[in-house]
Design a protein around this ligand. Structure first.
Ligand code: C2E
Ligand code: SIN
Ligand code: SIN
Ligand code: FE
Ligand code: FE
Length: 700
């Protein structure tokens, strides 16, 4: 059974550019069973185009069910083309008391000559009217039709239609009213909802609007979510959209209602004209055929901007990155774009403190000059004395117009030290919590100095709402990134049990060195920023795993305190191919790059490197780029570190060795990039210092 939504509007049709996506036609639903039954519910203005469709498809036999006789559910009937064809057979089903005297009287009245040129009795189609009592059950071919009265002025029936293994519910108009008289009807309807797979319902009002519209016969979004979820319904589609609502309004309401009820296992959507719900045996898919493709440029200006489209596109983009650093940078950039903030900072919550995780400041250090600050080791106590600490502890947004005039009685104060040190002037700030699933606090995003016209201004309420939405969606992406990173680190902990120098700090350094050298290379080559972020996100994790193949080397060689013999070194070289084999069965981009780096990280630019296989070594640009980059990162870190077989070089010496190897061991262009980002590499070294001496005793 497929359900096609032909009209979603309540009360009266509307037509404007602002209502195009959700549609302006009033209620009409088309249902097609696999056995070929064609069932329509209600004859709102949406039935006109459907009628033209049916005629062109040559459909001649159909059933039309009415929920009630209010204008908006009826006004398309006279323009429904099949009634003017003598080859059509139309079975009309309606409650016997619809409009008091039944559907024949209602349609007869509407099609009186005073209102319409053709009278009901002169309709050429074969019409059969079937009156039923609300609560009755009947069959239309393979489809079981159940009915139930609802609470609506003048009466209304809800329909439950079961065919092809699933059950569709349509409420028609209904108010979940507190009125004592409504109670028996509401109780009946709650029971009726059991066993429904998807419910399309009348949700015309927000909670606030409803306060002034009680007794008008329509429900709120939230009332339906509660009732449907109590009834165990998995999908709810809101309909009977108020004529005053634009597409944008509906997007905002949907976002809010989803946020508010996100812990409930129920999927919430706005019904849109053109939606096709196709399902077989409860496997429900919803496709929106007329929804235009959203282009990135449309998301920029206010005119094309819709909250839902924006947040969907953004969350979609975040799924491409599995690196925490890239995610934080991207999230912060989005927060700043929304608010036109000059600067911003992200903190991550770690144990009992906040760790400074990313900073942007267009005035002090534009663009990628910010990268070196990303590795700063600044910590804040997790306490109410700072705004970031307060926001994290209380999971509450703080919006400050002027940091020099904090609200009276605020537990936090403004630490001007940073402004004084940098000469920057922080005026307005907006600080939001980044929450994960189960409301756990992951971090805090602080946006600084909203400057739409070049001077700091307060952050507006709508900025605040959008940034909160952003932070709510960013949380799950961050959790995923953290999980990927932790999995990689766990794999490396296993390796460290064999080879104590493959420790957390060492691989973190090599991964971050590789990421930053790549960033520089990509900027020089004008690589598109999305591509840059994606690759940067892969290379950090993949480079961390470059030596994972060492787990396959025996202890006598791996842990030998002195120089290796030639034979021993030949065996040691196999760590490259062993590493590549670990990734062999993987299919992700991370596995592909991990394999490339493991196999080729000891190749040399001059062709004198190795992979531990019989294949002749590669040289120059035949060596995959991520491996060329990791080679420098790896050697630089090995040079600066003490090993069981050698003392550490000083960093100046290490840089000299790398420079000397340009054109020999390394691609000279990548050596240039390495030199370019050296300051950032030093910040990385300071952030991940060796915590234990992994090599006890003297070196031979
Ligand atoms: P590793 O210790 O992580 O070193 C990685 C790479 O850094 C080395 O690759 C080499 O290219 C460079 N490197 C490390 N120390 C120095 C140095 O003092 N001077 C110079 N110029 N380059 C240096 P390589 O040589 O292919 O070795 C791969 C791995 O084999 C090393 O990883 C280490 O685990 C092991 N290994 C290499 N030589 C010896 C040795 O003499 N004794 C022991 N016990 N292990 C060794
Ligand atoms: C209707 O009952 O749907 C029409 C009037 C209204 O929206 O209140
Ligand atoms: C940027 O916005 O500076 C690039 C993103 C990144 O650092 O990964
Ligand atoms: Fe209505
Ligand atoms: Fe290696």
């Amino acid at each position: 059974m497929d359900v096609l939504i032909r009209g979603t509007r309540g009360s009266i049709p509307v037509a404007s550019a602002e209502t195009q996506r959700y549609g302006g036609n009033t209620t009409c639903i088309e249902i097609i069973t696999r056995a070929g039954e064609h069932i329509l519910i209600d004859a709102g203005s949406g039935i006109r185009a459907l009628g033209d469709d049916l005629v062109s498809r040559g459909s001649t036999e159909l059933s039309l069910c009415f929920t009630h006789a209010h204008w908006d559910h009826l006004l398309g009937f006279t323009m429904f083309a099949p009634i003017f064809s003598s080859t059509s057979t139309i079975n009309i089903h309606a409650p016997y008391n619809i409009g008091r005297d039944g559907i024949r009287t209602v349609l007869g009245g509407v099609m009186d000559r005073r209102y319409f040129p053709v009278t009901f009795d002169n309709i050429p189609a074969q019409l059969a009217v079937h009156d039923f009592t609300p609560g009755d059950t009947f069959q239309i071919g393979s489809a079981l039709i159940e009915t139930c009265p609802t609470w609506h002025p003048g009466g209304n029936v809800a329909y439950k239609i079961t065919a092809d293994g699933w059950t569709f519910f349509f409420s028609g108009d209904h108010e979940w009213s507190d009125d004592a008289e409504a109670e028996p009807v509401c109780t009946m309807l709650r029971t009726f909802l059991k066993g429904v797979d998807l419910a399309l319902v009348d949700a015309q009002y927000t909670d606030e609007e409803y306060l002034a519209r009680q007794g008008w016969g329509h429900s709120t979004y939230s009332a339906w979510v509660q009732v449907a979820s109590d009834a165990g319904i998995g999908r709810l589609l809101f309909s009977h959209h108020d004529p005053a609502r634009t597409d944008k309004d509906l997007d905002v309401i949907l976002d809010h209602i989803r946020l508010r009820f996100h812990p409930l296992p129920i999927q919430l959507d706005m019904a849109a004209e053109g939606m096709v719900i196709s399902a077989q045996d409860k496997n429900i898919q919803i496709e929106h055929k007329i929804l235009p493709q959203v282009h990135k440029d449309e998301l920029q200006g206010e005119s094309g901007f819709t909250l839902l489209a924006w947040i969907n596109a953004f969350t979609q983009e975040l799924t491409r990155y599995n690196d925490v650093g890239v995610l934080l940078d991207r999230i912060l950039l989005e927060g700043r774009t929304i608010t036109q903030a000059d600067a911003g900072t992200v903190f991550l919550v770690e144990d009992d403190h906040l760790t400074f995780a990313f900073i942007h400041n267009d005035t002090l250090f534009p663009g990628s000059a910010a990268n070196k600050f990303a590795y700063a080791n600044t910590k804040l106590p997790l306490s109410n004395t700072s705004i970031a600490g307060f926001v994290a502890l209380n999971r509450q947004t703080v919006n400050i117009q002027d940091m020099r005039h904090l609200p009276a009685g605020a537990p936090f104060s403004f630490n001007e030290a940073l402004d004084q040190a940098t000469g920057y002037r922080t005026v307005s700030t907006l600080t939001v919590p980044i929450l994960g699933r189960n409301n756990s606090i992951l971090g805090v995003m602080q946006l600084i100095n909203s400057m739409p016209d070049g001077l700091p201004e307060p952050f507006t309420d709508s900025m605040e709402a959008r940034v909160q939405l952003l932070a709510a969606h960013a949380g799950s992406a961050l959790e995923r990134g953290t999980m990927a990173q932790e999995l990689v680190l766990r794999m490396l902990e296993m390796a460290a049990m064999r080879d104590p120098h493959e420790t957390g700090p060492h691989v973190q350094r090599v991964g971050s060195y590789a990421a930053e050298i790549y960033h520089c290379w990509a900027e020089r080559h004008g690589i598109d920023i999305d591509e840059l972020r994606y690759t940067k996100s892969q290379i950090r994790l993949a480079a961390m795993l470059h030596d994972v193949g060492k787990v396959g080397i025996s202890d006598t060689i791996l842990k030998k305190p002195g120089r290796l013999t030639d034979d021993e070194f030949a065996i040691m070289q196999k760590h490259c191919i062993f590493g590549a084999q670990i990734f062999k069965t993987g299919t992700s981009e991370l596995d592909r790059m991990g394999q490339e780096i493991a196999l080729h990280h000891h190749q040399k630019w001059n062709g004198r490197g190795y992979t531990g296989t019989d294949a002749p070594p590669l040289s120059g640009r035949d060596i995959p780029l991520p491996a060329q980059i990791t080679a420098i990162a790896d050697v630089y870190d090995a040079l600066c570190s003490r090993r069981c077989y050698k003392e550490a070089w000083s960093c100046t010496e290490a840089v000299k060795i790398i420079k000397k190897e340009a054109g020999e061991h390394f691609n000279p262009e990548i050596v240039d990039c390495f030199l370019d980002v050296l300051e950032t590499l030093e910040a990385i070294r300071a952030k991940y210092p060796d915590t234990v001496d992994t090599c006890q005793g003297d070196i031979d």
